[in-house]
Write a protein that binds this ligand. Structure first.
Ligand SMILES: Cc1cc2nc3c(=O)[nH]c(=O)nc-3n(C[C@H](O)[C@H](O)[C@H](O)COP(=O)(O)OP(=O)(O)OC[C@H]3O[C@@H](n4cnc5c(N)ncnc54)[C@H](O)[C@@H]3O)c2cc1C
Length: 265
């Protein structure tokens, strides 16, 4: 079983620093692997550990060169190797570029499954995984709460607003992972030491075959971003918290009234 995990380096919580041009100052922030992608990695490691033929997990990221240190955190958890697509021309890229670049990098890899997070804590678009699946013509199974591969097919229990659906598709397939798959493990000292020796393959835009994107009239890179952030302001500070007093019944009534008045229930 060979699984590629799409792992985006993002600023650690509360560390986001925007530059004057509203781009993330990624040099000035401590970066971590996107929270949802850690769940994707954990799910992938468990699938490989449970696979009768064994296998390996490979991390794939599009990020600045300094993200190698962040990817080593994923290697310390048990991924066998990583691929980092990095190029100054990618700075300020949009989600469309990100999807095309990750798809081009995946075309160079062999895999049974690609597992991504549902969304990221910085961009938060929730579209890249579906975009990559569409560009590669892979079955896309989203919001996975359980993943069961067998005999060349994969069955996914998918979270829906009303409960669950069970989806099935042939492999290779792309899955977006939810936190219902189980909490990420902690790195061991042995894992952290071992990560230093694991390979991170560096790819630049020139290394990738993006002819398909160009044939569709899609230019990749920050200069071709389909959208631009032209303003940003911090969220308004929260108001003073309201303390509910009285007996449990009175308190419950007060909470219900509060929520109903604001049409939250
Ligand atoms: C400060 C800031 C400024 C921005 N400025 C612009 C702008 O000017 N114009 C514009 O169009 N967009 C801009 N963006 C959005 C940026 O393009 C997206 O963040 C980026 O393309 C990835 O999309 P996403 O984070 O929404 O991913 P999502 O669609 O939320 O990601 C879903 C999943 O895809 C995978 N994935 C996503 N990105 C990567 C990656 N790089 N490497 C590996 N896996 C990945 C992960 O598994 C992730 O969980 C900006 C974002 C930020 C934070």
């Amino acid at each position: 079983m060979r699984i590629v995990v799409l792992a985006k380096p993002v600023p650690d919580a509360g560390q986001e620093r925007l530059r004057n041009d509203f781009r993330m100052d990624r040099e000035a922030t401590t970066e971590v692997i996107n929270g949802n992608d850690e769940y994707a990695l954990e799910a992938a490691l468990k699938l490989v550990e449970a696979s009768p033929d064994g296998g390996e997990v490979v991390l794939l990221a599009m990020a600045p060169d300094h993200a190698q240190e962040t990817l080593r955190k994923g290697l310390a958890l048990g991924a066998a190797s990583a691929v980092l697509v990095t190029d100054p021309a990618l700075e300020g890229s949009c989600a469309l570029t990100t999807a095309h670049v990750l798809a081009a990098a995946l075309r160079e890899l062999s895999f049974d499954l690609v597992i991504a997070g549902v969304d990221t804590s910085d961009g938060g678009g929730g579209v890249v995984a579906a975009g990559v699946a569409a560009l590669l013509g892979l079955p896309y199974l989203s919001y996975a709460a359980r993943i069961e591969p067998s005999d060349g097919r994969v069955r996914v229990r998918r979270i829906t607003p009303n409960g669950y659906e069970v989806l099935e598709a042939p492999m290779p397939a792309l899955i977006s992972a939810t936190q219902a798959l189980g909490a990420p493990r902690y790195p061991t000292l042995k894992g952290i030491m071992g990560a230093r020796r694991k390979e991170i393959v560096i790819r630049t835009l020139a290394d990738l075959d993006l002819a398909g994107a160009r044939a569709r009239g899609v230019e990749v890179g920050g200069a071709a971003a389909t959208a631009r952030v032209t303003g940003s302001r911090p969220r308004a500070p929260r108001g003073t918290p309201k303390v509910v007093q009285g007996s449990p019944a009175e308190a419950a009534q007060e909470v219900v009234t509060f929520l109903a008045e604001r049409r939250l229930i």
